[in-house]
Ligand binder design. Structure first.
Ligand code: ADP
Length: 338
């Protein structure tokens, strides 16, 4: 099973010609609301592909929380870890109930208490560039106690996938719980933040895009334009392996036994992405990482898993939206040999 521990947000999207300056008002398009958040996206991507997936996350007892629960259910993910309701008292998750799949998901919380569901306010300008403001809401209340209470989910997991849109102490607790239960750890350091050394050392792989790689490596010395250099520097931070996603260029994989290097040493391989007409790159990285976690859990080697994940990422950019753009396994198979 794949356990994704992370964020769930409602993405509120408005298109506009250009962004307003301070104090200015501009008119935009109709508002569109999508289920989002890196955790929810990754879980939806993996579940769509057929992975047995659970999302451990917090949403508010509100309409957005219900939308997110529904999106997880539609994708085929289990709702057992979607926590709702009052979040003021840490460690009450057992009483709030880690719900069984189908038990009602986000409708089960106590009335009107606790933090609202996380929201991302997204504007997209005419050039396709976006600006995003995130209000973490309930995501900020996902606690190490929630991780402790979700023990059964970690026991069942072959792979645990993490991102950084929840408190860092919760990320660390989840990483350690994964290690305790012999689950493989996939971690996307986004938004970039400094991680405890023992957590970094568990990452297999650390998955990140170019932007995140640069921020994580911002040690004062300048980095060149060669992703191989970044990979080497990132490995120096301690993870067991590294995957750098490179948009249309695919991904770079670095780790033990990768490529033609000595089987016990570190090898690196560039994995090209299929050429596609990009419509909307939102959530491509999350689709990639969800797919990667699923394939690793099935027993693929890292390089093999990345070869699959780039196809899923490429598919995701050919359709609008994040979760709505994610393919099923049959759709990925159908385009083989194109
Ligand atoms: P993020 O969405 O986190 O910025 P990337 O842009 O690196 O991550 O994209 C993740 C993956 O999605 C890539 O490795 C690639 O497989 C796929 N992808 C993204 N953009 C494109 C594109 N324009 N054409 C083909 N594949 C793409």
């Amino acid at each position: 099973d794949l356990l994704v521990v992370g964020s769930a947000n409602a993405d509120l999207v408005i298109g506009l010609e250009r962004r307003p300056a301070a104090g200015e008002t501009v008119l935009g398009s109709d508002l569109v609301i999508h289920p989002g958040g890196k955790g929810a996206n990754q879980a939806a991507a993996a579940a769509r592909l057929g992975a047995r997936t659970t999302l451990l996350a917090r949403v508010g007892d509100d309409a957005y929380g219900r939308m997110l629960a529904e999106a997880q259910r539609d994708a085929g993910a289990a709702l057992a870890g979607l926590l709702v309701g009052p979040t003021d008292t840490p460690g009450t998750v057992g009483k709030e109930g880690i719900k069984e799949p189908g038990e009602g998901g986000a409708t089960g919380g106590a009335e009107g208490k606790g933090a609202p569901t996380g929201v991302a306010l997204i504007t997209v300008d005419a050039a396709g560039d976006n600006s995003i403001v995130v209000s973490p809401g309930a995501n900020a209340r996902l606690s190490p106690d929630d991780v402790a209470a979700a023990r059964a989910l970690f026991e069942a997991a072959a792979v645990v996938s993490l991102q950084l849109e929840i408190p860092l102490e919760t990320v660390a607790a989840a990483a350690r719980a994964a290690a305790e239960h012999d689950a493989r750890l996939v971690l996307n350091p986004s938004p970039p933040a400094r991680l405890p050394e023992d957590v970094l050392a568990l990452c297999d792989p650390l998955v990140l895009n170019e932007h995140e790689a640069r921020l994580l490596l911002d040690t004062g010395r300048s980095l060149g334009d060669d992703p191989r250099e970044w990979a080497t520097a990132l490995l120096g931070l301690g993870p067991r392996s590294v995957v750098i996603t490179l948009g249309a260029e695919g991904a770079l994989v670095a780790g033990p036994g990768v490529g033609d290097g000595p089987t016990d040493g570190i090898g690196m391989v560039r994995v090209p992405s299929p050429r596609v007409r990009a419509v909307d790159t939102t959530g491509a990285g999350d689709a990639f990482t969800g797919a990667l976690g699923w394939r690793l859990g099935r027993g693929d080697g890292l390089e093999q898993a990345v070869r699959y994940a780039v196809r899923v990422g490429a598919f995701a950019v050919t359709r609008a939206g994040a979760q709505e753009s994610y393919p099923g396994a049959a759709e990925i198979e159908a385009e083989r040999g194109e």
